[in-house]
Design a protein around this ligand. Structure first.
Ligand SMILES: Nc1ncnc2c1ncn2[C@@H]1O[C@H](COP(=O)(O)OP(=O)(O)O)[C@@H](O)[C@H]1O
Ligand SMILES: CC(=O)N[C@@H](CCC(=O)OP(=O)(O)O)C(=O)O
Length: 282
């Protein structure tokens, strides 16, 4: 029995980057196997997923031009339709299939369902790396509430909720939210013991082109300096910013980790910094 037993009854929140859904056997052997091990240790698990690369590809196929600002997608009506097709469609079904291979009873939907994740439109805001003026991202939301009771009921029934990062409101509104952001909000509301942001890179890298330059740990000061100097760019910016915000809220363990080798997530859960990047209070 591993050290995971110490987390019996607590929540682990796992966020899967959209790109990882493309290879079902690999996703099953890495994230699927780790989630199975968490469940076997009595840990409660909630999964959030993105689908950014698939959404960008479909946007282009439809003759539209994707626009990202500081790692966030500018979301007009047409783009929101694309997000529904990819997050609630292709990516959701592929993750459900991968979890079946791993023997994980996953219920795959989005945060819109049954008010699992409530949101409201995000007001125009200054975005890191995108100049001094506030930017309106369109139909992008901020999480306002998480239905913790329903997460607990699903978990009590042995079901793992797996949610694409769309959320809604009681008036029928639907909003696109960066999946890292949703994951951090859900982790905070569930008072999760650990949050894992599982991506296509092994962690935060000192040189983003070289996987051997993984930084095992980062303090807030180090992370902010790496954003300011341009070492951390693009989609890694929201991951790191959200992780730092989580630390400020008192969540003790946030890990950015990859899926190679396949035991990376499980290993990182057992020993922080062993396979990914763990954020430490400064
Ligand atoms: N310092 C860095 N270390 C690792 N990845 C980085 C870094 N800076 C930028 N990146 C980029 O961030 C990407 C991960 O963000 P993103 O594509 O949004 O992942 P996900 O889809 O898993 O949320 C990596 O593929 C990499 O290209
Ligand atoms: C507002 C915003 O940026 N939403 C994201 C949601 C998907 C996502 O985060 O996907 P990954 O985790 O695969 O990057 C987007 O539209 O790309």
């Amino acid at each position: 029995m591993s050290g995971l037993g110490a987390f019996k009854g607590r929540w682990f929140v796992v966020k899967i980057g959209g790109e990882l859904a493309a290879d079902k056997p690999k996703l099953a052997a890495s994230v699927g196997a780790a989630v199975r091990a968490f469940l076997d240790a009595g840990v409660r698990v909630a999964v959030l997923h993105g689908g950014g690369p698939q959404a960008t590809e479909l946007t282009q196929k439809l003759g539209l031009t994707p626009r990202m600002v500081g790692g966030r997608r500018v979301t007009d009506e047409a783009t929101l339709e694309v997000m529904k097709m990819t997050l609630a469609g292709q990516v959701s079904v592929d993750i459900a299939a991968a979890f079946r291979i791993a023997g994980v009873p996953a219920l795959c939907t989005t945060g819109v369902s049954a008010g699992l994740i409530d949101a409201r439109k995000r007001p125009a805001k200054v975005i890191t790396g995108a100049g001094p003026d506030p930017i309106d991202l369109g139909l992008v939301g901020d999480v306002t509430d998480v239905n913790v009771g329903l997460f607990e009921k699903l978990s009590d029934a042995g079901i793992v909720p797996v949610l694409g990062s769309l959320s809604g409101d009681a008036q029928g509104g639907v909003f696109n939210i960066n999946a890292d952001t949703v994951a951090t909000r859900v982790a905070a509301k569930l008072k999760a013991a650990k949050l894992f942001l599982v991506s296509n890179v092994p962690g935060v890298l000192a040189n983003k082109e070289d996987p051997s330059t993984r930084l095992p740990t980062l303090t807030p000061a180090e992370a902010k300096a790496k954003i300011a100097s341009g070492v951390i760019q693009g989609g890694m910016i929201p991951k790191v910013e959200e992780s730092l915000a989580m630390l400020e809220e008192g969540i003790e363990a946030i890990h950015i980790v990859g899926i190679s080798p396949s035991n990376a997530l499980l290993g990182e859960a057992e020993r922080a910094g062993s396979f990914g990047t763990a954020f430490l209070r400064g």
